[in-house]
Design a protein around this ligand. Sequence first.
Ligand code: SAM
Length: 311
Amino acid sequence: MSDRYFDPWTKNTFLTFTVTKFHESFETPFQKIEVFEALDYGMVLALGGVTNVTERDESGYHEMLTHMAMFAHPSPKRVLIIGGGDGGTLREVLRHPEVEEAHLVDIDGEVIRVSRQYFPDVAAALDHPKARVIVDDGVAFVERAVANREQYDLILVDSTDPVDAAVDLFTEGFYRNCAALLGETGILVPQSDSPSFYLDRVARIHELLSSIYKHARLYLGQTLSYPGCVWAFTAASQGIDVGAVPVPEARVAALEPELRVFNADVMRACIALPNYIRRRITGQPGWALPTIADEVGPGTIWRPGTVKEAE
Ligand code: SAM
């Protein structure tokens, strides 16, 4: 008998995994952590009942979150990652030889522990000599860094979606504190949710960042296990529009053999936005996506988490 794992993309639409082995399931003060293996996806890490990392598609998400801003910046030496305790974003950052220091701040040490244990390829960079891994709340860490007049070239926000401990990572106050740490040429990139299921959230992040930074460039990547399989990222900066910077062909080509997704063509293409997204973030009228139902619909069985096939 195999188990199914239901990740609720909405209250009525689920990504269903066929689980071949369940490894861990426990609660931390911040979230429920589950690790299992699934057919087609390999090892899966779910946080708060939501898929965060799968062997099948983690590199697409981590590469898109990281490399757009890394390559757009002329010389990224000091990088801060908020969240990202699995280590995947850190791994991508540390592929760039210019980086001198990368600080990773995740609120939950247990994410770091399970990633080391079950995702060695993703977690390897956590032990890199240029990495400093800190278990702390990213909001508080950034506040202290502002008080201490720290500066970073890049801040990547690899957080869970805006629920529980991650809510304050999507606020104006947090984005303003990041701006203080970045100066003129620094770039902030928060993961910015699902345009096909949660376009309001995507637009809200873009709107907030546009009100603080001169440039706020939305771009898209493929994520096979996140709602809609397309994910938004927003690169915000006072001095650099990541979509207008000429692609640094030689730097990209030097890393390309190591990358599974990102290349110079992807860097040029990922800023192309479908009309329904472009119109929504520029406030123009046009076709709107069907509304996501607030309630469980008639006949739908609400069953997030694991369900035995026989039940
Ligand atoms: N790629 C993922 C996604 O979009 O679902 C995110 C993966 S990463 C593992 C998310 C991390 O954000 C988790 O490890 C979680 O502990 C961390 N996190 C949530 N709130 C946080 C906060 N306030 N400060 C630092 N880390 C936080």
